[in-house]
Design a protein around this ligand. Structure first.
Ligand code: P6P
Length: 327
């Protein structure tokens, strides 16, 4: 690629952000990407250094913590603390909200390493994050962090796959950057990502089929009878959503038997990124970005991807509520 645009150059052109906010966001993302590069470096050598396997503890959601979960969490927290721009943080790996700089003007929430149960098998995993402006009037940590999804000012994920990519939005489209490991810099490789309005991939763990609602069963029957779709399920949210974002498709994590994905630091950032690429994200009945978490690690059903596929699922949910499909 001739003279690729670096992430730093790209964000300087983001007119959606005021010059002051843009400078701050560039600083926060610089700090975050330092952590990301250190995570990338460790993941690429995971089999050679003693960082695979479980850390022997559970996170706030009761998930077994992998050693790399903790390493990734500590890398993000330490770089954001050092930067001094962040007043409050929340991580999947920490039960409570983490205090930052007293004069930090931003809130950052993140899943430091999503899909980590796949790490030992060398499957793609990801770091997911959202940034909010600190509310001046509210000092209570919960009021600062438990915000409506539409209040995000930046959302992004990094996928550690065959290449390491950053995909992000500030509300002016969704853009992808690929890490050049030889230079340690992310370069624009996927400007203005537009996800197809009709998908060709469906991603759901069908082991839960006995618990699926009538609407879910009807939706999956339509998908399978249509002939346009194929089934792909990696079991790593960032990898499944990233593939569907580029190819067109729908990812569903159902609320029966039990919702698993966290609203604040998985549903909101992934939802905004996909919406900014022309897709949709809902909990089956309302837009994900219209929701407000009642508690830090609140779980949600997540239906995300191609606009028309999400709309069809929501239509079937309404029909089931009206009793017009077999439950
Ligand atoms: P299941 C990984 O643990 C994760 O949070 C997501 O990355 C992934 O999509 C989902 O859980 C997989 O869950 O129940 O299908 O194994």
């Amino acid at each position: 690629m001739q003279n690729p645009i670096s992430f730093h150059e790209h964000i300087l052109e983001e007119k959606t952000l005021s010059p002051e906010v843009r400078t701050d966001i560039e600083r926060i993302l610089d700090d975050l990407l330092i952590a990301v590069k250190s995570i990338h470096n460790k993941l690429s050598r995971a089999g050679l250094i003693d960082i695979q396997g479980e850390a022997g503890s559970e996170n706030a959601s009761g998930d077994a913590v992998k050693k790399l979960d903790r390493i990734a969490h500590e890398a993000v927290v330490s770089t954001l603390h050092a930067g001094g721009c962040v007043g409050f943080m929340a991580s999947e790996e920490e039960k409570e909200i983490i205090g930052g700089s007293s004069d930090g003007k931003y809130v950052v929430v993140f899943d430091p390493l999503d899909g980590s149960s796949n790490i030992d098998a060398n499957v793609s995993v990801g770091t997911i994050f959202s940034i909010y402006k600190r509310k001046n009037e509210a000092e209570n940590a919960n009021e600062q962090v438990l915000r409506r999804g539409s209040e995000q000012i930046v959302a992004g994920y990094v996928i550690y796959g065959s290449s390491t990519m950053l995909v992000y939005t500030v509300g002016a489209g969704t853009h992808g950057f690929t890490l050049d490991p030889s230079l340690g810099e992310f370069y624009l490789s996927h400007p203005h990502i537009q996800t197809p309005v009709d998908g060709t991939v469906y991603s759901i763990n069908e082991v839960y089929e006995p618990h699926f609602s009538g609407a879910m069963k009807a939706f999956l029957s339509e998908i399978k009878e249509h002939g346009r779709y194929t089934g792909r399920y990696i079991g790593s949210l960032v990898a499944d959503v990233h593939r569907n974002l580029l190819y067109g498709g729908i990812y569903i994590y159902p609320d029966k038997p039990k919702a698993k994905l966290r609203l604040l630091y998985e549903g909101f950032p992934m939802g905004w990124i996909v919406e900014q690429a022309g897709g949709a994200a809902s909990n089956g009945t309302q837009k994900i970005l219209d929701m407000i978490p009642a508690e830090l690690h609140q779980r949600t059903q997540l239906v995300i991807g191609s606009k028309n596929d999400v709309a069809r699922y929501e239509e079937l949910v309404k029909q089931e509520e009206l009793g017009t499909i077999n439950a």
